[in-house]
Each structure stands twice: as C-alpha cells, then as structure tokens.
Design a protein around this ligand. Structure first.
Ligand SMILES: O=C(O)CCC(=O)C(=O)O
Ligand SMILES: [Mn+2]
Ligand SMILES: [Zn+2]
Length: 275
C-alpha cells in the first residue's frame, strides 16, 4: 500500500528545524527534495490557444499547470503567525500612496516613472523583520540557480479590494533574473500573457494562477523575462466555478536583486539593455 502524505512547505520547514530531526542531514535532504519535486516541477510545453483580452481564462491552482518555464508557486511559505508579524511590522512604518495602492520600498527606492531603481541611492540593508522570508530563499536552489544571491530590494504593495496591477515585465536592466513575491492577507489571481502573431494581428496567450495568502511566487527565466504579469482589477475572482471574494486588503512582499550591469538575457525583444 502506498501512503501519500501532503505537508505544507511551512510544516516541512518546521520539521527540518525540529529537535527530532536536527542531527539527520539525510532526512533534511529527503524532505527538501520531496517538497521541491512534488509541488513545483514546471512542464516545458506551450499548449495554450491565443485568447482575446476580454475572455476568461482557466485558473490554475498550481504553477506547474501553467506550462510557463521558470514560474513556481509554493503554498504556505510562511505561517499565519509570521504573516501577522510581517503585517504589524510594515503597518508600523510609513506607507507611500500611489493612485490606487500604497507601497513601501526597502534597500533601494523604485521609481515608477522610469520603472527602474536609483542605484545611487541605497536606503540600507533589508529590515530584520523579513529574515523569516529571506533565510528560506536559498532552499529554492534546485529550481533557481540564482537562489543563493542576496536579495537587496523589497517592494511592499498594499492593494485594497478590487485594485489590481497593470501588465508589465519588471525592467530587465533594473533587476536580476529571480523575483520572489509573497502574498499576505488576501488572495488574487495573477495573469500572465505573451504575444503571438505579427504586429498587425497581435493576440495574447493568457494563463492565470490563483495566489492564496502566504504563498510564495517565484518568477525566473522565461516567465520573468518574456511574460507580462498583472492582476485583474476584480472584487471577486472566479476560480474554476467557485466565486472567491477578494479580501479588503492584500499585501505583497516582492524581493529582487538590483542589477549593476546590462542584462545579458536570451530574450532581446523584451530587454531594455539589448535594444
Ligand atoms: O503584488 C504582486 O504580487 C506583484 C507585484 C509586482 O509585480 C511588482 O511590484 O512588480
Ligand atoms: Mn512585477
Ligand atoms: Zn534582458
């Protein structure tokens, strides 16, 4: 008989750090491999049909169903208690109001009018309250070769109910290849789109992923460099025949590494360093 045990990423991490397993390196490795292989292996195929922007699109619950190389989602990356502490920490600091949402920047300021960072102006190290997140990022090493780089820029976004985010690719020259985004308090759907066809008749292949609270999204490779991501401005999300009300507030923590030279990626058509 085969018994399948499904544990959340957070539970796995607690097991790894628990007294019982502290001395067993072999068990550490087995647990980490089980997590990474079970939940987050992407498929390398493009089977989607182009859709017009108004059509609804099937919403995936797992990143592997998207078939976009480089996009991964880990559920329960932080515990409910850590979520509470992270929200209390940012709420104790000043928010900056944009047109529809509020933001905080750490490490480097992000300038929205140039969609880039001011590398001359370092705001300081990332705050210690995010250590519970950044200390787990190297565990992505199996998925993302760059997972051991030290992330040095954090944007905290606060979205009220119904507010989304316009389609964009994070500027290649601003940030290196891996972008980690943690969703807290509220859920949303994130959509991804890539253009197909020629300039006269452009359509998009669209994919949608449900981001529950406490999940960590990793954008890397093709998914980071060549696909636009955005959050539709909806008060409710339709997730496979289930209506999910957006909460009054979603707060995301997006971690990136500021790039110091030109971007050498394999996607020159989307690359501001190579145009
Ligand atoms: O809120 C999110 O999850 C994504 C934020 C984002 O894409 C960005 O700040 O560039
Ligand atoms: Mn982005
Ligand atoms: Zn590039």
């Amino acid at each position: 008989m085969k018994v399948v045990v499904v544990l959340s990423f957070h539970t796995m991490m607690r097991l790894v750090h628990s007294q019982h397993l502290r001395h067993s390196t072999e068990i550490h490795v087995m647990i980490l491999e089980a997590v990474l292989c079970t939940f987050v292996i992407p498929l390398n195929a493009h089977h989607a049909r182009p859709v017009k922007s108004g059509d609804s699109v099937q919403v995936s619950l797992e990143a592997s169903e998207l078939n976009i190389p480089g996009i991964y989602l880990i559920h329960d990356f932080v515990s409910a208690q850590e979520e509470e502490q992270l929200i209390a920490a940012v709420d104790a600091r000043p928010w900056h109001s944009l047109a529809k949402r509020r933001v905080q920047h750490y490490g480097y300021e992000f300038c929205y009018h140039i969609r880039n960072v001011n590398t001359e102006q370092q705001l300081g190290a990332l705050p210690s309250f995010v250590t519970c997140i950044t200390e787990k990022v190297p565990l992505f090493k199996k998925l993302d070769e760059a997972a051991d780089i030290s992330l040095d820029q954090l944007t905290v976004n606060e979205y009220p109910r119904g507010v989304g985010l316009s389609p964009h690719i994070d500027t290649h020259s601003a940030f290196e290849g891996s972008i980690y985004s943690l969703s807290l308090l509220g859920s949303c759907i994130m959509e991804f789109r890539a253009s197909v066809g020629d300039e006269k008749d452009t359509n998009f292949v669209r994919k949608a992923l449900y981001l529950p609270p406490r999940s960590m999204l990793l954008l890397s490779g093709e998914g980071r460099y060549a696909w636009q991501h955005y959050i539709p401005h909806h008060k409710v999300d339709m997730v496979n025949n289930t209506i999910i009300e957006r909460g009054p507030r979603r707060v995301s923590f997006t971690f990136r590494k500021v790039r110091k030279g030109p971007c050498p990626c394999d996607y020159p058509q989307f690359c501001d360093s190579q145009r």
